[in-house]
Design a protein. Structure first.
Length: 159
């Protein structure tokens, strides 16, 4: 069962239709032509879920992980009374990549993140050990200063 509004076949169309008219679509899950189409498919599914929640569990907070995040959250907050929080998987992915780059196992790292979808930053990025806490930002800066960050991944270092 696909509860994401027909993700795979529809997402392919999100790229194909703009290309047919000479428009280049990027990821197609946040904004732009494909993002709008994805929102039109996804928002009705999310609103149905929220309406069920209003009836069955109105005090529960809905943790929303589906793109297009901004459009989905706007719709949920505008059309329902459900408390909701939009979360982005890029936080965990970036933490894992930074941990790999500095040579610290991800399981040893604690972090606090803030921001918006795909544009989060770390308020804390540290490792706890028997003697205390190590701030890992100096290691991150060292990797950057030494030029060890792959070009495709440089944006993660703008934290």
């Amino acid at each position: 069962h696909d509860s994401g509004g027909g993700y795979k076949p529809s997402t392919v169309i999100d790229f194909d239709i703009p290309r047919k008219y000479g428009l280049r679509q990027t990821i197609a899950d946040t904004l732009g032509i494909g993002g709008i189409m994805r929102g039109l498919r996804t928002i009705p599914v999310l609103l149905d879920m929220c309406r069920d929640m209003e009836e069955l569990c109105p005090d529960v907070t809905f943790l929303q992980y589906t793109n297009p995040m901004a459009m989905n959250m706007w719709a949920i907050q505008k059309a329902t009374g459900i408390k909701s929080v939009g979360l982005c998987h890029s936080v965990q992915g970036t933490a894992e990549q930074l941990a790999w780059d500095i040579g610290v196992p991800i399981d040893d790292i604690n972090y606090v993140s803030a921001g918006i979808n795909h544009m989060a930053f770390y308020l804390k990025f540290e490792r706890k050990y028997d003697g205390g806490v190590e701030d890992l930002y100096p290691r991150i800066r060292q990797v950057l200063d030494e030029g060890r960050v792959p070009g495709w991944n440089r944006v993660r270092y703008e934290v």
